[in-house]
Design a protein around this ligand. Sequence first.
Ligand SMILES: [Zn+2]
Length: 171
Amino acid sequence: MPKIYPIVKFGDPVLEAPTPPITRFDDDLKRLVDDMFASMYEAHGVGLAAPQIGISKRVAVIDVTFKEDPGAKLVLVNPEIIKTEGRQSGSEGCLSLPEFRETVSRPKRVTVRAQNLHGEWFEHSGEDLLARAFMHETDHLYGKLYISHISALKRDLMKRKIRKLMKQGEW
Ligand SMILES: [Zn+2]
């Protein structure tokens, strides 16, 4: 049975630290990825990066169909964005910033290059929500959150609300 991890929330330094690349493609990595999918589904997310369960490693999982299509499950080990095209503006949230959503501008089409669980490199292109997920999850692995793409004014307002929730013990 995979392990369900609690999701780490904004404020924990692990979320803002760049991750070291994965170098070993072993059973521990497979287990970690299984745990990440289970934890993501449990939290009702469509993407999850390892730092969000407190593990600073360069791996993310995505399923923009949320269990609908098993073939849509994507494991991105050591991903890098190699091509972007166009723009899309849409509402974006993050499991590490629960209850908040903001409009974020992202590329419309994105090609990511990553390794699979066997260490083999592949390229995958996506549009719309998948393109957004590629950008969002790759950002996570470099210690970057989506709030770095919104205005300073909105970001400060969000941080003030979070500090208040922290004081009330609700974060
Ligand atoms: Zn996120």
